[in-house]
Ligand binder design. Sequence first.
Ligand SMILES: [Fe+2]
Ligand SMILES: [Fe+2]
Length: 136
Amino acid sequence: MSFMPWSEKFVLGIEAIDAQHHWLVDITNRLHDQLESQRHDHVAMREILEGLTDYTMNHFILEEEMFARLDYPESRAHIEEHNAFTRRTIELLLRFEKGEDTVDEDMLEFLQAWLVHHILQVDKAYVPFLKAKGIQ
Ligand SMILES: [Fe+2]
Ligand SMILES: [Fe+2]
């Protein structure tokens, strides 16, 4: 059983977005597995953390470009959640690179809770709007 199993409940029905969300859940599991492993491989951990940071930023850009193109009325609050998350992950990455153990159980709990909340509440809210605009 993985730390954060992918579930049908995360599927929003927009293919490109679902694929990226799935990847974010996968990398969360990789981070968890790396933390649990006895090897404490700093390089591998940094790669996963960098991957998470890069990938979330790309994912947010995809969503935010759609919001801008289609004039999504709730974009402001949504983008603020993205920005707060990005600031937090960059801060974790920078502190990690300076040698701090920023990847711990608390960080993983935060990451998991943030993804669940964001996908199921905040992202889910744009689905009817995007679908009405022909996105699939
Ligand atoms: Fe989002
Ligand atoms: Fe998303």
